[in-house]
Design a protein around this ligand. Structure first.
Ligand code: PLP
Length: 381
């Protein structure tokens, strides 16, 4: 028997409390049984998003939230900036182009964070730019873009909104929607929220709602105004994903018990221990700056295929991590410490990496990284 460990940056493990809550019989989404469930989810999401704004609940994966955040706020021909520093930044470009927006890409070398002056200069040069699209945590490279600073830059431009894909960052990074002035903040269920795939969340500022009034892109399934009106009545526009929303309430309850700042601290600590352990084994981080607290991207040692490390972790040791995407395929592998993750997930991951590398003939002294991780994780205990 091989016990399985899910250490991928989505889907992530689901706590038993949440699984049990989702075992409830189905209730009808238009019945009085469901209204308090959605009301509670709505309030819980506002707590998580640190906002008084509406946070829509969509029945889709995270990408649905991204698509809706393009066609509900913009019109064909609108000029926008996408910050493309990885696979998910590239997705912003593709979605915007699919709806006929005029995209100026700010290309960021993989492994680096966007240079703030590049965004500021682009906006100053062309005040007609209506939107800036970015990832909080670029999952393909393990880099965190400075959302607070970007919100402060974009906030100075009346005619521009900041759209943040925080699908992998939510719960792992402190993202203060109202205080920082983030206009659109997108989350997904199967990452930090410890749920199965199937829900997207979109927080929307008043400024962004004004953009929605003039947006001419075609829309039907993702119609944010209709969702807002439904939400006001504790409903969703179409059939509610009842089971997932019941699970959402349970996972928010777990996070509230921990405390939001404590959840951020936990992720920061797990991420720091992972990075230090990886370095102790003699491996290099793929993120050259501003590493994400959700996922660590690690360069495969010279001569060793990153995909083979990822495959061996799963096949020999039951650990499902992640390989590289796009241009980084084969060069890196990735370990998540996201959602329902604690110190022994890090130790498991690092032990697995040491064993796999040694098995592949790479010189590594077993326990080197584990010892470093243990030291760091023991602090404050
Ligand atoms: C997981 C993820 C998504 C969404 O992926 P789905 O498969 O649609 O859930 C988008 N952006 C980032 C940064 C992600 O990590």
């Amino acid at each position: 028997m091989l016990k399985r460990y899910l250490l991928a940056p989505g889907p992530t493990p689901v706590p038993s409390e949440v699984l049990l809550a989702m075992a409830m019989p189905i209730i009808h989404h238009r019945s009085p049984d469901f209204l308090p469930v959605l009301d509670s989810a709505k309030k819980g999401l506002q707590w998580l998003y640190q906002t008084k704004n509406d946070v829509l609940i969509l029945c889709s994966t995270g990408t649905g939230g991204m698509v809706g955040s393009v066609n509900n706020f913009f019109s064909p021909g609108d000029k926008v900036i996408t910050i493309n520093g990885g696979k998910f930044g590239e997705r912003w470009t593709k979605i915007c182009q699919a709806y006929g927006l005029k995209v100026k890409e700010i290309l960021v070398e993989w492994g680096y964070a966007v240079r703030l002056e590049d965004v500021e200069n682009a906006l100053k040069k062309d005040p007609a730019i209506k939107g800036v699209f970015v990832q909080a945590s670029e999952t393909s490279t393990g880099v965190y873009h400075d959302i607070k600073a970007l919100a402060s830059i974009v906030g100075r431009f009346e005619n521009t909104i900041l759209v943040v894909d925080a699908i992998s960052a939510l719960v792992a990074h402190d993202l203060r929607m109202d205080e920082w002035g983030i206009d659109v903040l997108i989350g997904g269920s199967q990452k930090g929220l410890m749920l199965p795939p199937g829900l997207a969340f979109v927080g929307i500022s008043e400024k962004a709602w004004r953009f929605a009034d003039n947006a001419k892109c075609p829309k039907f399934y993702f119609n944010f105004k209709k969702e807002r009106d439904a939400l006001a009545k504790n409903q969703t526009n179409f059939t509610s994903p009842v089971t997932l929303i019941i699970g959402l309430n349970e996972s928010i309850k777990l996070l509230q018990r921990e405390g939001l700042q404590n959840a951020f601290k936990r992720h920061a600590k797990l991420a720091a221990a992972t990075r230090a352990a990886v370095n102790a084994i003699g491996l290099e981080l793929f993120s050259k700056e501003s590493p994400s607290n959700a996922v660590t991207a690690i360069c495969a040692p010279p001569g060793i295929d990153g995909q083979a490390i990822y495959k061996n972790l799963r096949e020999k040791y039951g650990i499902t991590a992640a390989g590289g995407q796009g241009g980084a395929k084969g060069k890196i592998f990735r370990i998540a410490h996201l959602g329902y993750a604690d110190m022994f997930d890090v130790i498991t991951a690092i032990a697995g990496v040491e064993m796999v590398l040694k098995g592949m003939g790479h010189p590594v002294k077993l326990g080197t990284g584990v010892a470093v991780a243990e030291e760091m994780l023991m602090e404050d205990r």
